[in-house]
Design a binder for this molecule. Sequence first.
Ligand SMILES: [Zn+2]
Length: 457
Amino acid sequence: MTFDLLVSNGSLVSPDGIREADVLVRDGKVAAIVAPGTAEGFEVRETVDAAGMMILPGMVDLHVHIGEPGKEQKEDIITGTKAAAAGGVTTPVIMPNCVPPVNSAERLQARAELFESKSFIDFALLGGAGGESVDQIAEQADAGAVGYKSYVGSYREERKGLICQGTGDIYRVLEKSAEVDRFIGYHCEDRDTSTLLRNRMIEAGRVDFRAYHESRPEFTESLATVPLLEIARETGGRLYLVHMSSPWALDIADLYRENGTDVTIETCPHYLTFNDEDTARLGPYAQVAPPLRSPETMECMWDLVNDGTIDIIGTDHAPGIPEEKERGKKNIFEGGGGLPAMETVWPTLLGEVSRKKTTLENLVWLMCEHPARVADIFPRKGSLLPGADADMVLVDLEETYTLAAEDMYTKNQDSAKIFDGMKVQGRVKRVYQRGQLLARDGRLVIDQPIGAQWIRP
Ligand SMILES: [Zn+2]
């Protein structure tokens, strides 16, 4: 038997542990994992020496915004999927808030075809769910959606049909999610109170960056989370809390989980690596929703990452456009939030492993295996078990280097300012998809897509 690729002398990482192993790839799949050196007699087309490197599954990122169609100025399919490939996000899962938003089987299918024609990386799609599109939830699952996104009470063009106007809509949506057995992601910030607090800030003449943070205190997150948890508990729905930032909200959510409510808790790398002190100077370039929290809160979030309360890390990759960031400099409430994160997620978090904040095994659980399980695409994605797609990220935990926005593939490098000039330890050396090398040291080695596959449950 001839193998296409042998990755030798590396250390293979899974949530269960790290072991020295050689990985054999054939036809794009992990064909075998063998003890170091024991593949010597095999016929192999190409051998890669991974001495000193960790071999991880590629990231399955359940929280990726690529604006195409309709919002290409933020990120289009080519720039966004190049960023994913370069960064080691081998299965980005795409949010439905494009224009028109995805909230039917037909639109899901159309978007998948668009991605298949342009994407540099395999991908999965989220459907949209809201009060107006409850009847299209099941058809989207049948068509291949791995889950859904829904919003509570906030209208924007790209969210039409994805809105729940109140608890009645949330009830209908979560009830349906139980029926189709797919998760529904909700953004947890209470809109009424944050609007009240924002208006008070504006009346007091406060439109600075801090005012943004003060108008969206942690309490607004827990306030929005409780009704969702209650309704999930009642309906048996699969609730997915996106980009959580507040330990109090998470303690509450964990209580529900202990009592049998199906709740998955995601946080983002920025809530673990930045806080509102060290980014105040960046103003709108550090503007995310929910806002960055205090250094003390950030420390608590690490405890929750390590005790299993937080069970997913997603990037919320969402570059902002320069005009929005410029507006935000004058008035933070008129600016636009968001930052690109797929090219920085691994290096910013790998350094935390070296600093003993968490373990590499835990990161592989939070970023690869568990999201793939939640999306029901495990073990094909999110693992390097025999038979899985050979989506590998080879990492050097020792290498230090400086992140540079101008080196990134994201369409709006300017919105990556928060990372620019940051010294990091831990580098993605090579990214493979189905056994094919896509990138080295953050640079793509392909100039055309290799044929992206739409990954369905
Ligand atoms: Zn998002």
